[in-house]
Design a protein around this ligand. Structure first.
Ligand SMILES: [Ca+2]
Ligand SMILES: [Ca+2]
Ligand SMILES: [Ca+2]
Ligand SMILES: [Ca+2]
Length: 253
């Protein structure tokens, strides 16, 4: 084979590989705007919720043999210029909060984990604010890791003004309804600095994922169930707290 021929084959192969990668990249999920105000009271009485559609939370990321009684979940997500709004319906057989300090093993209690990448950049966010992995506990504390104004070293902190939440368990069905208002911060965020959340606009792209840490009284996270499929790396699907590459891309409609 001539040198020119082999170069041509290389370039053609490269073009085909590039084309197949972009072809498999899913288009961003359209995220509808709230059709009215939403009050965070764990009651889905707003018209905006009636108009929104359910999305499933059924991707098992940690644990085995998950039964319907153990965990079943579905959610709705909306936006307006000041925040994202989430309604999350959970069936969970045991509510557990065995670590009262929100800075200690917060992922080992029942909690709603909200992953946000403000600019849909993807990439590493474990020890920085390129993206957030907020853990919203039953006591409504919001825990994550990141640098602070006084130190570039990452530490466990609470970010309670980023997410407002309420939940209620129905006495009849025992279904738990969470309602959350999620303010969106960009990667320039630093605790202690006076910062406003990003004003959201139509056509803005974000990275988003939701997961539930299910503890049932053993003092550990027994199951971890997400809203978006994750390709395992060395058998590990618990990648969202490290990289925003695994979040679902969404576009505000
Ligand atoms: Ca409400
Ligand atoms: Ca459970
Ligand atoms: Ca980012
Ligand atoms: Ca539980």
């Amino acid at each position: 084979m001539k040198k020119n021929d082999s170069m041509l084959i290389c370039i053609t192969t490269l073009l085909l590989v590039t084309a197949s990668v972009s072809a498999t990249e899913a288009p961003p999920t359209p995220l509808p705007k709230a059709t009215g105000a939403i009050t965070i009271d764990a009651l889905a009485t707003e018209q905006a919720w009636q108009n929104a559609k359910w999305r499933s939370v059924d991707q098992l990321l940690i644990g085995e043999n998950l039964s319907e009684q153990d965990f079943t979940g579905r959610y709705k997500l909306l936006w307006d210029k000041s925040a994202l709004y989430m309604l999350f319906e959970v069936q969970d057989d045991v509510l557990a909060d065995t670590h009262p300090d929100p800075l200690v093993n917060y992922w080992d209690d029942d909690c709603v984990e909200v992953f946000i990448d403000e600019d849909a950049s993807g990439g590493d966010h474990q020890f920085n604010y390129n993206a957030f992995a907020y853990h919203v506990g039953l006591d409504r504390n919001v825990s994550d890791m990141g640098p602070s104004a006084s130190s570039s070293e990452s530490s466990i902190q609470t970010y309670n003004d980023h997410i407002q939440s309420q939940w209620l368990r129905s006495p009849e069905t025992h279904i738990i309804t969470w309602e959350l208002k999620i303010s969106v911060y960009d990667d320039s965020f630093l605790p202690g600095k006076k910062q406003k959340p990003v004003a959201l606009k139509k056509d803005k792209k974000i990275g988003f994922m939701l997961a539930y840490c299910d503890a049932d009284g053993q003092g550990t996270r027994e199951h971890f169930i997400g809203s978006y499929p994750i390709q395992a790396v060395n058998g590990d699907k618990n990648l969202g707290y490290k990289t925003a590459d695994v979040f679902e891309k969404m576009v505000l409609q």
